[in-house]
Design a protein around this ligand. Structure first.
Ligand code: ASP
Length: 234
């Protein structure tokens, strides 16, 4: 109960604190930082689209041997819930239903791969953390050697695995990525304003990844997948 009260205080203070931190950054770096913020959000969205289309699309098409369009239609209910709740964990029951009813994956495969994926597989989160770390480093003019950039990739992958499937978890573990590479963590305040909207997109990508991997595992187990597009709109 004490923790809840303290967190409530923090939540009430947070908007003022964030405003002050952002004001300081704009005061020292200029208003151009806001344009840069839009470019940052656009880069994350573009990266997510490329990752979903090429990596997952390729996996589903060439390893899972089902058309990408039909897969996306079958996965749509889970993607919509992921988008609106920003939580892979909250989406898990719908993902299971999509995998079993819409894609035709067997229960043993779906109930093993999806719960694991909803906590461990967060490609969208890792991708966002990588872009965010580079963006914050650029705003604070922190030079990143090739070694530091590679350690961002490694740290973001580990941090995304450690992040819980709940809204904003990726933002919290991003602090670890920044600390491990010496980037100022105060930069988190800068991206907080656009985080919720990016969280919606990256969670949808995380959940799409879980379903793509489930499909591939089912095929590799010799299952004949029967896509059911009619129930995908339910
Ligand atoms: N909201 C994300 C998820 O549940 C985690 C994050 O990136 O914040 O998958």
């Amino acid at each position: 109960n004490a923790m809840i009260v303290i967190i409530q205080w923090v939540m009430e203070l947070a908007p003022y604190g964030v405003a002050a931190l952002v004001a300081e950054v704009i005061g020292t770096s200029g208003v151009s930082v806001l344009t840069a913020l839009l470019a940052y959000a656009g880069t994350v969205l573009l990266g997510l689209a490329i990752h979903a289309g090429i990596v997952y699309g390729g996996m589903v098409r060439f390893i899972g041997r089902i058309p990408w369009g039909s897969f996306m239609r079958a996965a749509r209910p889970a993607q919509l819930i992921a988008f609106s709740t920003s939580s892979s964990s909250a989406t898990l029951p719908v993902s299971m239903e999509c995998a079993e009813k819409n894609i035709g994956v067997s229960k043993p495969v779906a109930s093993f791969v999806l719960p694991l994926g909803s906590t461990v597989n967060m490609d969208g989160t890792a991708l966002y953390q990588g872009v965010a770390a580079i963006f914050i480093a650029q705003v604070f003019q922190t030079d990143l050697s090739l070694g530091s950039q590679l350690s961002i990739v490694l740290a973001a992958t580990m941090a995304s695995i450690g992040a819980a499937g709940v809204p904003g978890a990726g933002m919290i573990t991003l602090a670890l990525v920044l600390t491990s590479t010496g980037i100022p963590t105060v930069g988190l305040a800068l991206i907080l304003g656009v985080d919720r909207i990016l969280d919606m997109f990256r969670t949808a990508v995380n959940v799409t990844g879980d379903l793509a991997v489930t499909t591939v595992i089912a095929t590799s187990e010799g299952e004949e997948l029967q896509l059911n597009s009619s129930s995908s709109d339910s």
